[in-house]
Design a protein around this ligand. Structure first.
Ligand code: DX5
Ligand code: ZN
Length: 228
């Protein structure tokens, strides 16, 4: 039977879950095979929407038993680190486009014993994050303009994944830095991202919006199986 490589992980974006039913949705994502959770923080400034922040996360935290990534879509991300550190999260990902001094921010997050991710929008060249790759645990490539769940996957980002993959290889840090993708990930785009070199697949609407969570996760996972 074909298998899924152990470094490939599905991360459930809580933003797309049913907010009247969050406890059930979080529980289902866990028992039906997600590997991580992804918590989207939007400030109405860096992106048009306002989503949720530390106060909401605090009340959800004891429901979550998987690693948790905070995706900060906010201006001045450095001002928002401490409140997430206090709650206890595993990785904090910030946008290069929103950050004045990435080194200062990376050092602050690391000094708290938390992993660091750097995110880039679809139109931002890989060059822009090059200098920081050695310092982070993850690069998050946005496959849609950040701000909403349920948008269509931008095919052009596949090139960026390939470019990033070879850059990490050339710097000899391919094993140290994960490539994550976020936005428009469904059972077809997940395959293209995997083939291009991604390991972490953040998915919101494809898990929570239609049908049942169990079959939705299964169909994402089936697309990650090696054909043999
Ligand atoms: C969008 C967020 C995503 C979003 C993904 O800006 O960063 O994490 O919830 O949702 P889908 O998978 O529906 O695009
Ligand atoms: Zn996100």
């Amino acid at each position: 039977m074909s298998s899924i490589s152990s470094d490939l992980k599905i991360s459930a974006s809580i933003l797309a879950a049913d907010f009247r039913n969050l406890e059930d949705h979080i529980h289902e994502a866990e028992i039906f095979g997600c590997d991580e959770f992804h918590f989207d923080v939007m400030d109405g400034n860096f992106v048009p929407e306002i989503s949720m922040g530390p106060i909401v996360l605090k009340s959800l935290k004891n429901l979550i038993n998987l690693p948790l990534e905070i995706h900060l879509m906010v201006d001045e991300p450095i001002n928002h680190i401490d409140s997430f550190v206090d709650i206890g999260v595993d990785i904090i990902t910030f946008h290069i486009e929103a950050c004045k001094d990435p080194y200062e921010l990376i050092n602050k997050i690391k000094s708290k014993g938390i992993k660091v991710g750097i995110a880039k929008n679809p139109g931002t060249p890989i060059d822009r994050i090059q200098d920081f790759m050695q310092e982070v645990d993850r690069v998050l490539i946005m496959c849609v303009e950040p701000g909403f769940s349920g948008q269509k996957f931008n095919e052009k980002v596949v090139e960026s994944i390939i470019e990033l993959d070879s850059l990490l290889l050339s710097k000899n840090i391919r094993d140290l830095v994960d490539i994550a993708v976020d936005g428009g990930i469904n059972s077809s785009s997940i395959k293209k991202c995997k083939e291009a070199g991604a390991q972490i697949f953040v998915s919101g609407s494809s898990i929570f919006w239609e049908g049942d969570v169990r079959s939705n996760i299964m169909s994402l996972k089936n697309s990650l199986r090696d054909e043999s």
